[in-house]
Design a protein around this ligand. Sequence first.
Ligand code: TMP
Length: 224
Amino acid sequence: MTAELPRPLHAPRASTAGGPGLFVTFEGGDGAGKTTQASLLERWLTEKGRATVRTREPGGTEVGVRIRDIVLHHRGHIAARAEALLYAADRAHHIETVVQPAIARGDVVIQDRYLDSSVAYQGAGRVLDADDVRALSLWATDGLLPDLTVLLDLDPDAARRRLDADDKPFDRLEAEKSDFHARVRAGFLALADREPERFLVLDATEAPDVLAARVRDAVEQRLA
Ligand code: TMP
C-alpha cells in the first residue's frame, strides 16, 4: 500500500462563496485611517438603502473579543506561531458565524482587517513564511477572499505621529519598533502587487473625503 502524501494546506478558492452580497476589507498599518474610511463607506451605503454589516478582526464576535484581549493586551511574549494561530482562530469563527451569513443574505460586509493583516504582520512583521500564514487563514475561512480590499498606505513614521497625537496607550503590535512596521508596510504593498484586481491602494495622507470618493467608486463598480 502506498502512503498518502500530505496535500498543501489549502488551495484558495476566490471570492464570496457565491452569495449575493459584497465583502469589502480595509487594510493598512496602525493609524492609517481605516476606521474613518469604513465608517464613511457604511454611511454612504446606508443612505443608498443597502444593508451593511460593519465588523472587524480581531474581535468581531464574543469569542473574538476574548482572543483580541490576548493578542493585543497579554503582558509578555507570545510565540509568533501561536499569535498567527490566535488570529486565524478568531477569523475562522468570525467568518463562519458573522460574515458568511451576511454575504448570503445579500448584505455588504465592511470589515476592518482580514487575512492580509496576518500575512503582513505575522508573515512580514514576525518573519513567518508568508505563504504558510496565508494558507492557514484560507484553511480557517474555507478559502474566502474579499471582493475588494482597500489598502491605506502610510509611512510608519507618519502613522506613529498620528498614534502619538491620539494619546492612547499602545497595544502589543503598535508598540513594536519602526523596522517591524516598515516590514508590515512592505508586506501589504507586496500583497497588493500580487492581486491588483482585488486591491485598491490609496495614499493615506490624502484628505478623508478624497479617499472616501475613491472607495465609493470602487465599491460602486463591484455592486454594478
Ligand atoms: P486594530 O483592530 O486596532 O487595528 O488592532 C489590531 C492589531 O492586530 C493591529 O496592530 C494589527 C494586528 N493584527 C495582526 O497582527 N494580525 C491580524 O491578522 C490582524 C487581523 C490584526
